[in-house]
Ligand binder design. Structure first.
Ligand code: ZN
Length: 103
């Protein structure tokens, strides 16, 4: 369903469902920030309180972990939000017929 890193293709390559009108907006970034950010902040606090490493150790561990993890999570969160828009028939999916699984 993606035609670029985070760009949704105009239509599904398998079933042809029109995806051009999806509207995930900032939703994926919000969920990644709130969920992954919460986990990383907790992990950083735990590392600091448990081992008291110098600052550069935090930088070496958490900068790539936070940037890489966030980038990896954006796609599945975006795909999930578009799937939920389709399931609940919102954001341009209002007139899509029910599939074999129904709603
Ligand atoms: Zn499809």
């Amino acid at each position: 369903m993606f035609s670029g890193f985070l760009t949704i293709a105009p239509s599904c390559g398998v079933c042809g469902l029109t995806l051009a009108h999806e509207d995930a907006g900032d939703g994926p970034a919000v969920f990644v920030i709130l969920i992954y950010g919460f986990l990383m902040a907790g992990l950083a606090a735990w590392v600091e309180l448990s081992y008291e490493p110098p600052f550069w150790v935090h930088a070496v561990i958490f900068v790539p972990l936070i940037l890489g993890g966030s980038a990896l999570l954006l796609r599945p969160f975006k795909a999930t939000l578009v799937a939920l828009q389709y399931k609940h028939r919102v954001a341009g999916f209002e007139n899509e017929p029910d599939g074999p699984a129904g709603r």
